[in-house]
Design a binder for this molecule. Structure first.
Ligand code: FAD
Length: 370
């Protein structure tokens, strides 16, 4: 189009922890870049988590590269402490963040660069770092009768406090950390019912974020040196036994409960029974936020390896980029983009390596244009 656009080396889409870690290394490498973030205020998804949420590691093990997270003296820090840290972090490194700016489309320009369109202007860049997280793409499974349910249905993203459910009969669906933590607190004020497709696998009591990071690091090293892949953190279980979850387990709340087969107006339908419920909380996970990349048609079938992308449901990556697009990076989405990359302490490692690999790509793009 004819609309004026700003030229930069790199556009980072997303200003959560992954976008900030990318910014830290882009700054050190001397690249000209902007970070575009859809939020009105700093912190990525952290300001949106439920009120009681605490980190699963001490502050000393939750830092991005550079300035460490200040120590929190009363147990593991709450989400607000992370928001304060991320706010200070972006100021400390004078990261060029524009907000609120929602990127709507990324496409190819004729000269091998990218056009980044948003609700507040257009940028041209030699490379794009996607750090959009998953919070804005909650996954809702489909069950027969779901739309006829007369009670309340919320996803993890809509859950804030247990009080909203006081005195009700509440189903909490899902077998991960969000389900365990939300069930553990809703249980204290309501009559709860869990539902998981597989029995929840509880981690040992002494496994916290520190241990998870060490195990993920060992896996990253094994992968990097070509040794056999380990199970990584998945081998330890699914649920981190933070104090409220331990308490719930000790009271017998975290017992395996099967999935229902469909939903009626007043409750859940199982093959052998019916359970009346007033509310359903869907703790059923998230997907990477990638809809702005639709113009790039990244999911087109890979002719060299038929069916590959379709089978995994994820775009296959090579060192954090799509093989055919070395200037399009993905950071912070979890195992897909590197072991522990969805954590504060873990994202720095992938950000450092990915930004280092961008240098030669940007030099080649610049040369091609002169
Ligand atoms: P986000 O924090 O989601 O940031 C992405 C940013 O991109 C947002 O600001 C969003 O507005 C923006 N964005 C999205 N789309 C666009 C667009 N099109 N244009 C512009 N901007 C866009 N990790 C830990 O290390 N320790 C913990 O204890 C821990 N506990 C957790 C508990 C819960 C309940 C959850 C859900 C996660 C937890 N995590 C924890 C993981 C961690 O919070 C997330 O993985 C992390 O926030 C991901 O960071 P991110 O920067 O990738 O994404």
């Amino acid at each position: 189009g004819d609309r004026a656009s700003t030229a930069v080396d790199v556009v980072v889409v997303g200003g959560g922890q992954a976008g900030l870690a990318a910014g830290y290394y882009l700054r050190r490498a001397g690249h000209d870049f902007v970070i575009l973030d859809a939020e009105a205020a700093p912190g990525g998804s952290w300001p949106h988590y439920w009120e009681s949420l605490r980190l699963f590691s001490p502050a000393e093990h939750s830092s991005l590269p550079g300035i460490p997270m200040p120590v929190w003296r009363r147990g593991f820090p709450p989400a607000g402490h992370v928001v304060d840290y991320l706010t200070a972090y972006e100021q400390r490194y004078r990261l060029p963040i524009h907000r609120p700016v929602r990127v709507t489309a990324v496409s190819r320009t004729g000269d091998g660069r990218y056009l980044v369109e948003s609700d507040r202007g257009t940028w041209r860049a030699g490379a794009v770092v996607n750090a959009t997280g998953t919070w804005r793409c909650p996954f809702w499974p489909r069950y027969r009768g779901m739309s006829r349910f007369a009670g309340t249905q919320v996803h993890t993203v809509g859950y804030r406090t247990p009080e909203a459910f006081a005195g009700q009969r509440v189903a909490v669906v899902g077998g991960g950390n969000s389900a365990a933590q939300i069930l553990a607190e809703v249980f204290t004020v309501a009559d709860t019912l869990g539902a998981t497709p597989h029995p929840p696998r509880l981690m040992p009591d002494d496994v916290d974020g520190r241990v998870l990071f060490d195990v993920a690091s060992a896996r990253a090293q094994a992968l990097a040196s070509g040794r056999a892949d380990t199970d990584g953190v998945a081998g330890l279980g699914d649920i981190v036994m933070v104090p409220p979850v331990k308490a719930a387990r000790d009271r017998g709340v975290l017992v395996p409960q099967p999935m229902f087969s469909s939903i009626a107006a007043d409750g859940l339908v199982y093959p052998d029974r019916h359970e009346q419920v007033d509310a359903i909380i869907w703790c059923t996970g998230f997907r990477p936020v990638l809809n702005h990349l639709r113009p790039l048609a990244l999911r087109r079938p890979d002719r060299s390896r038929p069916g590959r992308a379709a089978a995994s449901g994820r775009i296959p990556l090579h060192h954090n980029h799509v093989p055919a697009e070395p200037g399009l990076l993905f950071l912070g989405y979890g195992d897909w983009t590197g072991p522990a990359s969805a954590t504060l302490i873990g994202v720095g490692r992938t950000a450092r390596d990915a930004v280092a690999a961008l240098g030669p790509h940007l030099a080649a793009t610049a040369e091609a244009r002169t």
